[in-house]
Write a protein that binds this ligand. Structure first.
Ligand code: SF4
Ligand code: SF4
Length: 315
């Protein structure tokens, strides 16, 4: 597996990063045992970086996978906390629940916001404190916004940026794929470590996986690509691709079978919380129920946690 330096962090990460969102209860809901087995297999294949978030519900899977593991594996996580005390609680929760002494990358999980450093000043200050104390090794921001990437590029204390980028710019909230690539190049030129999310737009480009991965992977400014995986087949196909091997027709077929979509169950009460939470305007209320536009939904997972009825599923 090819390794790459993540900006100035000193972390030498595998270019294929294990994205933990789909294994958690918001999507695939894998058991802790199976999730841990999959992660351990990923470590054996040379993947040394796991990307998760407090809201993904996968800390137990990661803790289990890291038990007795001898490979050096880096972990990035995120919190949507807005203020100092909220972020402090998030950092301690991550350390405790993954049984870690230090989090390699801790992101402001930016969700919809385009100006996280103003809106979430307290949370950012907390991360600076945690870095000083050695609880966090590097500070990052995950974002769907071009403006946030450009802003973060100018903030000296930000080490890592985790932007959404794919060949058609699906899910970018304020511009095109080309504009995001330009912002990424600018951020990388300022020494930021960059790893991408949503190269397949939540499975939307599964049928063009090869082209979609290449679009992101071929950028010299992107040091790694986080890809969600829930099966050994997906893991093996992606690992082969990132090791510069051709993916066989059979593996591509297997990947296509793994296509996922978001559904709203019939007991939706039409409260509209999910509509407000979706950064991509993929949801709207029709006759008192939430309805998803599958052409726009990128399975980012922001809507699931806000539903009080647990009516949103990915199948
Ligand atoms: S509908 Fe939900 S999963 Fe789909 S893009 Fe919107 S917030 Fe993300
Ligand atoms: S948050 Fe849940 S209950 Fe409310 S509109 Fe969305 S799906 Fe329906």
């Amino acid at each position: 597996m090819e390794l790459s330096l993540l900006g100035r962090t000193g972390l030498k990460i595998s270019r294929l990063i294990f994205g933990a969102l789909p294994m958690g209860p918001l999507q695939g809901d894998l058991s802790v045992e199976f999730g841990a087995e999959l992660l351990r297999k990923a470590f054996d294949l040379g993947i040394n970086f796991v990307d998760t978030a407090e809201s993904y519900g996968t800390y137990s899977h990661i803790k289990e996978a890291l038990k007795g593991n001898e490979n050096r594996v880096y972990v990035a996580t995120k919190s949507t906390a807005h203020d100092f005390s909220g972020m402090e609680a998030s950092v301690h929760r991550a350390l405790k629940e993954m049984a870690l002494e230090q989090i390699d990358v801790f992101h402001l999980h930016a969700a919809r916001t385009r100006i996280p450093f103003e809106e979430r000043k307290g949370a950012f200050e907390c991360l600076l404190k945690c870095k000083e104390k050695g609880l966090v090794r590097s500070i990052g921001i995950s974002t769907h916004s071009i403006k946030a990437v450009r802003d973060a590029a100018l903030v000296e204390e930000i080490d890592v940026i985790h932007p959404l980028i794919n060949k058609e710019g699906m899910g970018i909230i304020d511009g095109t794929a080309k504009e995001m690539m330009d912002a990424i190049a600018f951020a990388a030129s300022r020494g930021k470590g960059i790893y991408a999310m949503k190269a397949l737009a939540g499975g939307y480009f599964m049928r063009d996986a090869w082209e979609a991965f290449n679009y992101v992977k071929s950028s010299p400014y992107i040091h790694g690509v986080a890809v969600g995986m829930v099966s050994f087949e997906e893991l093996k196909a992606n690992a082969r691709f990132f090791s510069e091997e051709e993916i066989s027709i059979e593996s591509m077929g297997q990947l296509q079978k793994e296509e996922k979509r978001l559904i709203i169950l019939g007991f939706c009460k039409g409260c509209g919380k999910c509509v407000k939470a979706c950064p991509n305007n993929a949801l709207r209320l029709v006759d008192g129920k939430s309805v998803v536009n599958p052409e726009i939904c990128i399975l980012c997972g922001y809507c699931n946690p806000v539903c009080p009825e647990f009516a949103i599923r990915v199948v």
